[in-house]
Design a protein around this ligand. Structure first.
Ligand code: COI
Length: 335
């Protein structure tokens, strides 16, 4: 068996190579994204594995198909970038990454506290020897309502953690979980918007969730609402966020994932983002100038524990599909 592994970070390399050696798999790794310039590396491979920045265009998929590749294995949980419909049409098996939700859930609690305790301002001011308390008064979680959108693995782990803070927790998902009901009350989206002081979005990115946090949604929220976006940037309508920040409807926002980040995130972009007006990230430059807007480089997942599990799940996805015809990491077919 042969695997072509793309977007391999230095921390993933020993995990992928070690696992392939153990399983007797030939593997070729590159730090580059999969695209038309790099697809040739997959010649002779049974499966390819990538993270979230690669290009799964029709052209790339046609090429992979012509090489006899059978499995496309993302090492990240999100698979919105995988051109699923066309990939399925060509008969590929699709798997996605699997890792415990704890790292992202811990990070989300941190994001909430950073916003709640005006941490960006505190760090900036203290760096400049401004030791005043001006603009730094926070709120306590126990007196607030937190709305959790999406109660999949990550949403559930966030809710469990939040339950230790004594806040009221409300949640929304099309599938209700009994586990969640021990700690939170399921409400409809309008109620969640109207009653939450903090809203954290863990909804998967699907065609009908793109831009779910738009002008209309924001207008239904409490004045000064805190928004946390640690799942996918495209869940947020960027112009609506900008308007909400300008009008102070949004009291504070933390974004680990940004719309349009594919091909940009986890790379150095010293000047292009700052000078290229059309780039969605050009708007980020403006947003980042708000002292109550915090951005991080899509790193909520990035713990030693999760990174190892992700790398392993990429290899497992291919190995299991080829040897057993199916994998525990297979992406379920949408109805
Ligand atoms: C995911 O696993 O879906 C992530 O968001 C992490 C990815 C950017 C590496």
């Amino acid at each position: 068996m042969k695997i072509a592994a793309y977007e391999v970070r230095p921390d993933e390399l020993p995990v992928i190579e070690g696992m392939c050696k153990e399983l007797g798999i030939e593997v070729e790794c590159t730090s580059k994204n999969l695209d038309m310039t790099t697809v040739g590396m997959a010649k002779g491979a049974d499966g390819i594995t990538t993270l979230g920045q690669s290009t799964y265009s029709d052209e790339v998929l046609d090429e992979l198909k012509s090489y006899g590749v059978q499995v496309l294995a993302a090492r990240c949980v999100g698979y919105n970038h995988m051109n699923e419909n066309y990939a399925r049409k060509l008969g590929f098996k699709l798997t996605h990454g699997s890792y415990l939700p704890d790292g992202v859930a811990d990070y989300t609690i941190m994001s909430i506290l950073i916003c709640l305790r005006k941490f960006k301002k505190a760090l900036k001011n203290t760096d400049d020897n401004d030791f005043t308390l001006k603009g730094k008064q926070g709120r306590e979680l126990r007196s607030l309502t937190v709305g959790v959108m999406g109660t999949g693995k990550i949403g559930r782990a966030v809710i469990k953690r939040l339950s230790g803070f004594g806040c009221r927790i409300i949640a929304n998902d099309i599938f209700e979980s009994d586990e969640v009901k021990q700690y939170a009350e399921y409400v409809d989206l309008d109620t969640l918007y109207a009653e939450s002081d903090i809203i954290t979005v863990h909804t998967p990115l699907l065609p009908d969730t793109v831009g779910i946090i738009n002008k209309e949604a924001i207008s239904k929220m409490k004045d000064g609402v805190i928004l946390i976006g640690n799942a996918r940037g495209e869940l947020f309508d960027l112009e609506a966020i900008i308007e909400g920040m300008e009008s102070e409807k949004i009291g504070s926002m933390f974004m680990d994932a940004f719309p349009g980040e594919t091909g940009i995130i986890h790379e150095v972009h010293d000047t292009d983002i700052v000078k290229t007006e059309g780039m969605p990230w050009f708007r980020l430059k403006y947003l980042k100038s708000f002292v109550n807007f915090v951005q991080t480089p899509h790193m909520a997942f990035f713990t030693e524990e999760a990174a190892k599990q992700m790398a392993e799940s990429g290899v497992e996805g291919i190995y299991e599909c080829i040897t057993k015809g199916s994998s525990r990491h297979e992406i379920p077919k949408a109805n």
